[in-house]
Structures are given as structure tokens and as C-alpha cells.
Design a protein around this ligand. Structure first.
Ligand SMILES: [Zn+2]
Length: 142
């Protein structure tokens, strides 16, 4: 049985680290967050003057369960932020650690870009899909 060559693995690991550390990257992140009022359910309990209990649509998020953190652009669901790779992290989903962004957040590699324009293009596409998903679905199953 072959033994695992730990030092070779470590050399490989360091090589990846040296190639990526300090690189500026662009990450697409969602601007929407779970509604703090209904905790994402879209409904809240309401007690009338006569004591009757109702379940009503959440007035904070309009029953959507999420709120937009960018009130000036209510149609925007995603935005691009700039960050820097600070390390390789085998535990995180993307395999990377960042200067500002919490790598434990569950970031996937498809949302990380080395090119700003490419990131913005992908972000615009995600925003378009988020707003026009019904039309896109219809188009797909025509
Ligand atoms: Zn709500």
C-alpha cells in the first residue's frame, strides 16, 4: 500500500498559496437579506382588537420574506465587491480565504472573478435573471 507523501502535498498546497495570495478579486454577493420581521416566512401573527389571532402577510417585506439592503436600487439582487485573497483554506467551500469577506459564508467559485468587467457582466446577468426569471423559464420550455 502506498503511503501518502505529506510533504509533497504540503509543497503543492504552498505552490497554490503563493500563486493566489494577495490577488485582487471581485466577488458577486446578494444584496437581499432575510426579513428581520418575519424571519423569511413572509407571514406574521396579528392579534385584532377583539383578541382574534390572524396570520397576515408581513408588512415589512410585503410577504416576500426578504428585504433589499440597497433601497435606492430595489430591483438589484446582486452586486460586485472587491476583495483580496489572503490564503488557501481547504475547509471553506471556495477553497480560499479573503481579507474582508467571511469565507465561511458558503461562497462558491463561480461567484469569484479576477477580472472586474467579467464580474460586473456576470452580476448584471444574475440581476436580469432574478427579475425576468418567469420569461426566461417560459422561453426555455417553449
Ligand atoms: Zn417579512
Amino acid at each position: 500500500m502506498n503511503e501518502i507523501d505529506v510533504s509533497a502535498l504540503m509543497r503543492e498546497f504552498r505552490a497554490i498559496e503563493n500563486k493566489t495570495i494577495g490577488k485582487i478579486i471581485y466577488i458577486i454577493i446578494p444584496v437581499v437579506a432575510q426579513c428581520p420581521n418575519c424571519h423569511g416566512s413572509g407571514e406574521v401573527d396579528y392579534v385584532s382588537c377583539s383578541g382574534e389571532k390572524y396570520c397576515i402577510s408581513c408588512p415589512v417585506c410585503d410577504g416576500k420574506g426578504e428585504v433589499n439592503c440597497d433601497p435606492e436600487n430595489p430591483e438589484t439582487k446582486f452586486k460586485v465587491i472587491t476583495d483580496k485573497i489572503t490564503g488557501v483554506d481547504l475547509v471553506s467551500r471556495s477553497g480560499l480565504r479573503f481579507a474582508h469577506f467571511d469565507s465561511n459564508w458558503g461562497l462558491v467559485l463561480e461567484n469569484i472573478y479576477f477580472d472586474k468587467e467579467e464580474a460586473q457582466k456576470a452580476c448584471d446577468r444574475k440581476n436580469y435573471e432574478a427579475v425576468h426569471w418567469k420569461e426566461l423559464l417560459k422561453e426555455k420550455y417553449k
